[in-house]
Design a protein around this ligand. Structure first.
Ligand code: SF4
Ligand code: SF4
Length: 311
């Protein structure tokens, strides 16, 4: 079973218990509990694309503004696949935590916060009947919700926390990451450009939209006007971005290109390669000239008598 590794929202070294939809847990969290807010004081919340769409919309921010103000980047794998986490203060507390009041963005809080102390481990692929969702559960000493006398299935807990909508929108993104992870060295390290596109299509909807609406994109791909109208909606853009990333990361051809676009791209790349080659040659020549000049100066600057044998 693969581990998403980005749904454990709070720092913990404890080994989690593995669960399915029908597993029963004993847990309840409420405002009057003695540990209220304790979890948000050690927040280590990794974000998925739909989390960002919900929070930036709730705050009336662009994705760029939200990313800058509320997130920090990290690398999800050895290839540098970019991930993002919620920004915290110097003590590790989430910036949305309101002392004594709870979460300042409760209605739109991220999926990892909704799941806690459970978390999503692996989600069934919709086309594979019989597959099960898998979850984990961690018990941390500071979390007194485990001592409450309430039993609930994971299925019902997900409903109560309204996390299913988040999973529905994030599911294909989770699967993309698992696919990248299980492909291992077979697909190699993505180029810097592919990693940047992954970041944009996953987290920065406004910038990704600008990319999709750009002249060079329109020149390359054969989409009609209806497509570009659909791209004004973040959820449509997210869905398209996931298909686009499959093409970029795994070479799965998903979209038709305009006639001659490939040749044009190759031609413009040829120009870039030529410019780069010329720049390399010029750099090499300049270095050679510099080395020759230094060698000549060295000869002239030698102090008198340096080569004389004092004896
Ligand atoms: S977003 Fe809300 S629930 Fe999540 S860590 Fe921050 S304050 Fe806590
Ligand atoms: S019961 Fe657990 S989840 Fe609820 S406030 Fe306390 S520490 Fe956080």
């Amino acid at each position: 079973m693969s581990d998403f590794n980005f749904d454990i929202p709070f720092k913990s070294d404890l080994a989690p218990t593995m669960l399915t939809d029908t597993s029963v847990i004993k847990f309840r969290c409420h405002k009057d509990i003695e540990c209220f807010n304790a979890c948000c004081k050690h927040a280590d919340v990794t974000l998925a694309p739909y989390d960002i769409i919900r929070m930036k919309d709730a705050l009336g921010m662009t994705s760029e503004e939200f990313l800058k103000a509320h997130t920090v980047p990290f690398q999800m794998d050895a290839h540098g696949l970019p991930g993002i986490k919620m920004r915290t203060d110097d003590e590790g507390a989430c910036l949305f935590m309101r002392e004594g009041e709870g979460c300042g963005i409760y209605q739109d809080r991220p999926s990892a916060c909704r799941y806690y102390p459970a978390g999503l481990l692996a989600m069934k692929e919709s086309e594979k009947p019989g597959d099960e969702n898998h979850f984990f559960m961690i018990k941390e000493d500071h979390c007194k919700g485990h001592l409450e006398d309430r039993k609930i299935t994971i299925q019902d807990y997900r409903k109560e926390q309204e996390v299913e909508e988040f999973d529905d929108h994030n599911q294909r993104w989770y699967q993309l990451i698992l696919k990248k992870k299980s492909a291992g060295p077979a697909i190699g390290k993505p180029s810097d450009m592919s990693l940047q596109l992954f970041f944009m299509a996953s987290y920065d909807m406004d910038r990704f939209r600008r990319f999709v609406m750009s002249d060079s994109f329109k020149k390359t791909y054969a989409f009609d006007e209806g497509f570009y109208e659909n791209m004004q909606n973040d959820l449509n853009l997210l869905e398209f971005g996931l298909d686009f990333l499959h093409q970029i990361l795994f070479g799965q051809k998903k979209f038709d290109e305009n006639e001659g676009a490939w040749e044009e791209r190759m031609e413009s790349r040829k120009e870039i390669w030529e410019l780069r080659r010329e720049a390399e040659v010029q750099k090499y020549q300049a270095e050679q000239e510099e080395a020759e000049r230094a060698a000549t100066l060295g000869e002239d600057d030698k102090p008198e008598g340096e080569n004389c044998n004092p004896n």
